[in-house]
Design a protein around this ligand. Structure first.
Ligand code: SAM
Length: 238
């Protein structure tokens, strides 16, 4: 079982998205478990503050290192010692499918969700948090980012997906974006009366041709939308 601990100022946001659909089923089946640690329980002074003004000035507040350490120390010693510790931040290493695959093999993960301007850097360095970003944009807090990372990771754990083979061909598995999909009706008439057919090759039953068509579409799409990924694929082949 993947044992997950989340340090957050908003524990009520969990499991959130993670208790629905296939991932929710995995939660019920105890393929993973989530415990939240409320940062507010480890606040200081009579107001139980968890943040303070940034040294050097500037807007916003910063999560205090002593609060983060106290919250982390509330986690059982063995979990704290053995777990991967992640701080979600827009200034971290960009998350990708390869990293999710690595995380899916872990038994223990601890995630720190930031708020305000972020977390005192000393806490991250001293307590050993790896900094990960879910994309080049800024959210209000780390809770949704944590759910994005966890959903991507948990679906890769064996037994979670109904069709595990879908992982082999989906986007990023080969440094390619996935080919387009089509389903019934074979001819779809839209509300303006225009008719749209499914590519003929997909109805041919000729597996080799279907495979070739899908690969071509994948390559075409990747070259257009993500030329950076395509260059990566070519480099891998060399
Ligand atoms: N001042 C920070 C900066 O410019 O990099 C942004 C802080 S953001 C308003 C507050 C929190 O949201 C962060 O500490 C982080 O936990 C989370 N967050 C926001 N965007 C994120 C992203 N792209 N990836 C991961 N976490 C993010």
């Amino acid at each position: 079982m993947l044992d997950i601990k989340i340090l957050t100022a908003y524990p009520e946001m969990f499991p959130g998205n993670l208790e629905h659909s296939l991932i929710g089923k995995a939660l019920k089946e105890k393929i993973f478990n989530i415990d939240t640690i409320n940062l507010h329980e480890y606040g200081i002074d009579d107001r139980m503050s968890i943040d303070d003004e940034p040294f050097g000035g500037g807007p916003g507040m910063v999560l205090r290192p002593d609060v983060v350490e106290k919250a982390l120390n509330s986690i059982p010693e063995q979990h704290k010692r053995d777990s991967v510790k992640i701080y979600l931040t827009p200034s971290g290493t960009p998350l990708n499918q390869e990293k999710l695959g690595i995380l899916a093999k872990q038994e223990k993960i601890t995630i720190l969700c930031g708020r305000f301007e972020g977390v005192d850097q000393r806490a991250l360095d001293v307590l050993g948090f790896e900094e990960i970003s879910i994309g080049d944009y800024v959210l209000a807090g780390g809770e949704i980012a944590a759910q994005v990372l966890l959903e991507g990771c948990i679906r890769l754990i064996p037994g979670v997906l109904g069709h595990p083979e879908s992982i082999l061909e989906e986007s990023f598995s080969n440094s390619l974006l996935e080919y387009p999909h089509y389903t019934r009706p074979q001819v779809w008439e839209d509300s303006l009366g225009n008719k749209h057919d499914v590519p003929e090759v997909l109805r041919s039953g000729h597996h080799e041709n279907i495979k070739k068509w899908r690969l071509n579409k994948s390559v075409e799409k990747t070259k257009t939308i993500r030329p950076d990924l395509y260059v990566k694929k070519i480099k891998k082949q060399d």
